[in-house]
Write a protein that binds this ligand. Structure first.
Ligand code: ADP
Length: 472
């Protein structure tokens, strides 16, 4: 595979989850921050308004209606108290005369308080503001008796306690975000690992299967399976598919090896005979007369037939068998096929009987002919007395339309061999093949063709002979 920059599935998932969790946390923290800020600011503004009302009320209390003047000493005491809270106060009487002014009283203390508040707001909370002055009338018994000017850091400011409280809320929020982020990261890694591990395992298994079946492992290829049981449907399906693939490949490989050894075995016998005959003629043991040459020719014919059969079987089993269907009468096909065996049957002294009814089908004519040739050739081959009967009739089985049977009165097939006669290279009696020239391929070919037509083929045998039934 061409190596481009690639990120592993686990890392990609982990990164995606982490980014998502990070983003969600960031938005959440931002929203909480904005809301707490808004609530806190409303609260602070309320506090400042309350303090201002308290200043006006306290100053009013220092008014003496008798002397129509303020108690300057008490005002200073109250005023200095509020200076420490961040309120720089100036009090004037009803005529506009200055009663008390915080700056004139203690300029140094006023500046210290103002600088401290400005430092806190600017430095700690990043809020730049400026001093603002507001004037309020001082009332006594419903009458305006003076004016209070309140100077504060604006638009609002936090007292020392409020500042400390807000700072600890912010710290708490950051700590919570960091802890949640770390937890989110751990969860991302665990989650991505849980998903990526089975996928990686499947990929590794597929790679091993490919390696095992490409022959790059020396000796016997290892049996590759995914044994884990996954709860996730798709992952379980993936593991199942890979296991099935491995099993199918192993089976295909086993069949291929079996086929090679079967072919080698089948070719060896006629070749050995040929070799023996030819060598004997070369060495002068036999004369290359007609009899010996005919024996060689027979072996060559047998070999050619075997190779031909193998070729047909391979193309049926391994290539996509395409059927060229036409409409024809099965009875006609059977009649023509039986005709070909008449001479051979006559020679053996057996009869071929036909019980045919008109039976139209849509099927591959040539392929079906091959099926009946194989069945009839067996019937004639394995029968020495009696008859071979070919029948076509309406199928009793609802899954098929016509049933063709080829029955003979020959040697029959032992019951134990019946289920296996359609296997490749299977011969009911190993010694029979030599005498009759069969290699055990004819019925496999017939079965493959019938199967490709969606039909069934069965073999029965009991007492006198065998019956092969093809349902189409
Ligand atoms: P072969 O070329 O050996 O005949 P087949 O695949 O056609 O191969 O048949 C497989 C085996 O089934 C045969 O070797 C034979 O033992 C048995 N067989 C098939 N047809 C008959 C039959 N009509 N009567 C008896 N035995 C049969």
């Amino acid at each position: 595979m061409k190596q481009r920059f690639m990120i592993s599935l686990q890392n990609r998932l982990a990164l995606t989850y982490a980014l998502f969790i990070g983003f969600a946390l960031f938005v959440l923290t931002l929203i909480i921050n904005i809301f707490t800020g808004l609530i806190f600011t409303t609260l602070i503004k309320g506090n400042i308004a309350g303090e201002t009302s308290e200043i006006i009320r306290a100053m009013g209390e220092q008014y003496n209606p008798m002397s129509r003047s303020f108690d300057a000493v008490a005002i200073e005491a109250v005023g200095m108290h509020f200076v420490h809270e961040g309120y720089i106060i100036t009090v004037e009487d009803e005529r506009g005369g200055l009663v008390w002014d915080a700056r004139s009283c203690d300029m140094k203390e006023c500046m210290t308080v103002i600088n401290e508040i400005a430092g806190r707001m600017n430095g700690q909370f990043g809020m730049s503001g400026e001093m603002r002055r507001d004037q309020y009338p001082v009332r006594y018994a419903g009458r305006t008796v003076g004016t209070v000017t309140v100077e504060t850091y604006g638009p609002y400011f936090y007292s020392e306690t409020e500042g400390a409280f807000l700072a600890s809320v912010n710290r708490l929020l950051i700590a919570a975000a960091v802890i949640l982020m770390a937890a989110g990261f751990v969860i991302s890694v665990m989650l991505s690992r849980a998903i990526a591990r089975p996928v990686n395992k499947s990929a590794e298994a597929a790679r091993q299967i490919a390696q095992a079946h490409s022959g790059s492992t020396n000796g016997k290829p290892p049996v590759v399976r995914i044994d884990d049981h996954y709860q996730t449907k798709e992952l379980a399906e993936l593991a199942f598919s890979i296991n099935s693939l491995a099993a199918e490949l192993e089976e295909a490989e086993r069949r291929q090896k079996q086929l090679s050894s079967d072919i080698a075995h089948e070719l060896r016998t006629p070749l050995t005979c040929l070799q023996g005959d030819v060598e004997a003629m070369i060495d002068g043991v036999y004369k290359p007369d007609r009899e010996h040459l005919e024996s060689c020719h027979e072996e060559i014919i047998r070999l050619a037939g075997l190779v031909n059969d193998l070729n047909t079987l391979t193309s049926l089993e391994w290539e996509n068998l395409t059927l060229h269907k036409t409409e024809f009468d099965l009875a006609d096909l059977l009649r023509i096929t039986a005709e070909q065996f008449k001479a051979a049957a006559l020679e053996k002294g057996i009869a071929i009987q036909l019980r045919l009814v008109e039976s139209p089908v849509a099927a591959d004519y040539d392929r079906l002919k091959q099926v009946f040739i194989n069945l009839l050739s067996n019937a004639v081959k394995y029968t020495d007395t009696g008859a071979v009967t070919v029948t076509v009739e309406k199928a009793a089985n609802p899954g098929a339309e016509w049933e063709v049977s080829v029955a003979d009165t020959g040697i029959g097939i032992p019951e134990g061999d019946l289920p296996r006669v359609f296997e490749r290279f299977y011969r009911a009696d190993k010694s029979r093949g030599r005498g009759t020239g069969g290699a055990g391929i004819g019925l496999s070919i017939a079965a493959a063709i019938v199967l490709a037509h969606g039909g069934t083929i069965t073999a029965e045998s009991g007492g006198g002979g065998s019956v092969f039934k093809v349902a189409l």
